[in-house]
Design a protein around this ligand. Structure first.
Ligand SMILES: [Mg+2]
Length: 323
């Protein structure tokens, strides 16, 4: 009792402390950071499995669900998604010039986070003073990148603009355009952001089957093309098929393009909206570009399960986030 009393005496007088109500920007950022948290857990978890595959025993680790030893270092997916959350915090929308600068400085500070060759070239050029339009437009002989880099970092954008799918889609397109001039590179980002926004909307209404709704919304907003065609296949693919069948139908990111990454990721997320760990184990078992597929799935499923149901053990093993 005396212990309690002494503890009480050191506490603030609750009545003298005014807690400011959460602003609209703060509320949006809280949801975006939840998505980023899930994204980085997926990114860092998935990345470990490249090494596991090289050293053998991949199937046993998957079957046993043996968590890889920590620390799990996060990669470019987390670095760039963190830049997006920072620009949203600073501007309340995707400011492309600001975002390009943040991407370039993150890259120059830590170039060995696993950036793809195209991203390295563009971000180096931006850091050297090129405009992002010029740098992104020059990739792939002037066609621009159709890679999955726009999609891997788009979950937090959908979370931030969860109340308006039109805005989520447009802001995602703007965020991708900074590095991905090709329409398919932007389509991947639109699909993921709309799925994230829809996940927040449907989850807050406590509707069932909301994973399917997320794919349906993504199809509605994603422009015609290979990514959208893959999303339609994902919507039709039953959840009971095994992962190898899903990979044949939807890809697994091994071509590192939006069209072979995003459909599988949205299918895995839709299949496991109720448990973060299940979503991750299914996704990583598809192999392919596993840091990025797991990052996308993590950015979505975190929004469905909420902060309290992100596994503590995983958070402990993941390298700390700088943001
Ligand atoms: Mg990566």
């Amino acid at each position: 009792m005396s212990k309690m009393t002494s503890k009480r005496s050191t506490r603030f007088d609750a009545q003298s402390v005014t807690i400011a109500p959460e602003s609209d920007r703060q509320r949006r950022l809280r949801i975006a950071r939840l998505s980023l948290d899930g994204l980085s857990l997926g990114d860092a978890f998935g990345e470990r499995f490249f090494g596991i595959e090289r050293h053998g025993g991949f199937d046993t680790v998957i079957a046993d669900r043996a968590l890889p030893a920590g620390p799990w270092a996060w990669t470019d997916d987390t670095a760039m998604a963190g830049c997006i959350v920072e620009t949203l915090a600073a501007h309340g929308h995707v400011n492309q010039d600001d975002l390009a600068k943040r991407f370039a400085s993150c890259y120059v500070a830590e170039p060995d986070r696993g950036y793809g060759a195209g991203a390295r070239a563009a971000l180096h050029a931006i850091h050297e003073g090129a405009s992002w339009r010029e740098a992104a437009g020059a990739l792939f002989d002037g066609q621009g990148s159709m890679g999955n880099g726009g999609a891997m970092r788009a979950g937090p954008i959908g979370a931030f603009f969860a109340d308006d799918l039109d805005v989520a889609a447009e802001e995602a397109r703007l965020s991708a355009q900074v590095t991905h001039a090709h329409p398919e590179g932007q389509a991947g980002a639109i699909a993921v952001a709309v799925a994230a926004a829809q996940t927040v909307q449907v989850h807050s209404n406590r509707a069932s089957r909301f994973g399917r709704y997320a794919i349906e919304a993504a199809i509605e907003y994603t422009p015609e093309g290979a990514t959208r065609a893959g999303l339609i296949r994902a919507l039709r693919l039953p959840f009971h098929v095994d992962i190898a069948t899903a990979v044949v139908a939807l890809g697994n990111g091994s071509a590192v393009i939006a069209a072979d990454t995003v459909p599988l990721a949205l299918w895995c997320a839709a299949r496991h909206t109720d448990r973060f760990e299940d979503a991750m184990w299914t996704t990583v078992s598809a192999r392919g570009d596993r840091d990025t597929t797991c990052a996308i799935v993590g950015s979505l499923v975190a929004l469905a399960v909420g902060q309290a149901r992100l596994p503590d053990e995983w958070i402990t093993r993941r390298e700390r986030l700088p943001h």
